[in-house]
Ligand binder design. Structure first.
Ligand code: CO
Length: 183
């Protein structure tokens, strides 16, 4: 039987799942493979370079990234740990698929060492710097419920106030109404 392909939608700020600490993946099964495939699919459709499971509404510790868009550069990190962050702090303009149209200069250490599992559950360790390291650190934040808006300078928060409010208003308009309280 052919398994159905997962078609995810982007979870936008301020959906509550983006604020939750994601749970470790326990089962390295076909479901995980389908999730990873669906995440890569959505990332490519959205012209993104990285995506975390909370951004597809899943409270799971899964990241996918591809800094270049070349198939060989695709990377899956399941249950990642940032073992080390090092190098000079650099400033870089970051965006986030959960904050469409919002970009901010964010300071982070240039390099990081990650320990993670692949889709088969095999543990590996990788050292990254510059752009790939930047993506990993941004996506790792998502697993801890930390978002672009938290890393922005106060000046950027002011600059993006209207755009952020628009996202909040949009969320309020589209979320399912709470069940009516009974008297
Ligand atoms: Co993001």
């Amino acid at each position: 039987m052919e398994t159905e392909k997962l078609e995810f939608d982007l979870t936008l700020y301020p959906q509550p799942v983006l604020r939750k600490v994601a749970e470790p993946v326990q089962a390295f099964d076909d479901e995980l493979r389908r999730i990873v495939e669906g995440m890569f699919d959505l990332m490519a459709r959205s012209n993104g370079v990285g995506l975390a499971a909370p951004q597809v509404g899943l409270r799971k510790r899964i990241l996918v990234l591809n800094p270049t868009g070349e198939p060989d550069d695709a990377l899956v990190l399941v249950n990642p740990t940032l073992v080390e962050r090092s190098g000079p702090e650099t400033t870089f303009e970051e965006g986030c698929l959960s904050f469409p149209g919002i970009y901010a200069e964010i300071r982070r250490p240039d390099a990081c060492v990650v320990e993670a599992q692949d889709v088969d559950g095999k543990t590996f360790r990788g050292s990254y710097e510059a752009f790939p390291s930047r993506i990993i650190q941004h996506e790792y934040d998502h697993l801890e419920g930390v978002l672009l808006v938290d890393r922005m300078s106060p000046a950027d928060k002011v600059r993006h106030k209207a755009a952020l409010q628009e996202l909040v208003d949009r969320y309020k308009r589209t979320r399912p109404a709470a069940p009516a309280r009974r008297r």
